[in-house]
Design a protein around this ligand. Structure first.
Ligand code: NAD
Length: 334
């Protein structure tokens, strides 16, 4: 069978996912949810979605009675994910939720619990977990090519434009750059080092308090410690361009990815030479793999389930706490 997907929130990223799904063999776009009737008409035409599979934010609970939709993929602003995931779970459909899964770990855990209770999958849109060059580096690390891992550096950011967008509105975004782009460095530190951090320290810098209101972080530097003794040093920002770089250092070698989390192609090298895994559109391979996870119980190399999302949210909570306290905050992820 093919995974039949409805997208909720027909904005920039939903369009990217829908286009990428045209090349999928295991997943197919069959439904859409939007508050704008004109977008639904447009999507019916562009993607061949039948009108009976279109819903708005008042009616989408009725998806429960629609046998042509297996999963709802939520691509709305961050703070809306929590209530929308709970409603989709209550309708008995699987959920794919964009990152950040929620705006704090408490909400994230409620989403995990609700999906477990409803007996549906909850997956997070972590496209890098399926990206071939990322997996090439992790394969090399696992086979010992870099020796004992000592250090990770993750630099993630871009200079954000329009000050009126939802990403700069605390109510809808839940925070600032950390929620949006810093989460890639957090997540990357975990999958690149291959351990869960046990402490974090963090420092915030804000150069433009008009554009970046209270609760909306502009730039945060943060550091992790891992059980093996490895350390990480990361930067999350909405105020610098050309920041999309991962560096992994071990006793016997290194890997460098730049770009590391953009839409690609990802590029990189190690002490052994250039990475060679082929580029695939991230959202295409993600949806193929998610079809295998949901329909055939496949276990991906790096998990993409709700529990994985909650771990990143616990770290984000701790980073914000460390910024406030100025102290080393302990992390308990396992
Ligand atoms: P966007 O602004 O382009 O789209 C958001 C959509 O949500 C719009 O169509 C908007 O109309 C709709 N919406 C529904 N209710 C809304 C409300 N109350 N207020 C404002 N908008 C509302 O944003 P985007 O870039 O598509 O991001 C959407 C989500 O996808 C975010 O959670 C973001 O973090 C995530 N995202 C992930 C990736 C990735 O690579 N995995 C990339 C981009 C965005």
């Amino acid at each position: 069978p093919v995974l039949r997907v409805a997208l909720m929130g027909l904005g920039g990223y939903a369009n990217r996912v829908a286009d990428a799904m045209k090349s999928c063999k295991k997943a197919k776009l069959t439904g859409a949810i939007s508050g704008t009737p004109a977008k639904l008409t447009d999507w019916q035409q562009r993607f061949g979605i039948p009108e009976k599979n279109c819903y708005n934010y008042q009616t989408f609970d009725q998806i429960k009675n629609n046998p042509d939709i297996d999963v709802v993929y939520i691509t709305t602003p961050n703070a809306l994910h929590h209530s929308q995931v709970l409603r989709v779970a209550a309708a008995g459909k699987h959920v794919i939720c964009e990152k950040p899964m929620a705006i704090n770990a408490k909400e994230g855990q409620e989403m995990v619990d609700a999906c477990k209770k409803a007996g549906v999958h909850l997956l997070v849109g972590y496209r890098m977990h399926f990206e071939p060059k990322t997996l090439e580096v992790i394969g090399m690390r696992n086979s010992g090519e870099f020796g004992k891992i000592m250090f990770f550096q993750g630099q993630c950011g871009f200079r954000i434009g329009d000050p009126t967008q939802w990403r700069l509105n605390k109510e809808l975004a839940g925070g600032g750059s950390m929620m949006d782009i810093g989460i890639y460095a957090i997540n990357g530190a975990r999958y690149m080092v291959g351990e869960e951090p046990i402490w974090v320290t963090a420092q915030e810098v804000k150069t433009d308090p008009v554009k970046f209101k209270p609760g909306v972080d502009e730039t945060i530097q943060f550091q992790f410690g891992f059980p093996s003794g490895a350390v990480a040093s990361c930067l999350s920002t909405y105020n610098m361009n050309y920041l999309d770089r991962f560096y992994l250092n071990g006793e016997k070698g290194f890997a460098e990815l730049q770009p590391s989390t953009g839409y690609g192609p990802i590029r990189g090298r190690t002490n052994k030479g250039e990475l060679t895994a082929p580029h695939v559109t991230h959202q295409t391979i993600q949806m193929e793999e998610m079809a295998d996870i949901i329909l055939r119980g496949k276990q991906p190399l790096i998990p993409v389930n709700g529990e994985e999302g909650v771990k990143d949210l616990k770290i984000i909570d701790a980073i914000y706490a460390a910024v406030k306290s100025g102290r080393k905050e302990p992390l308990k992820l396992v």
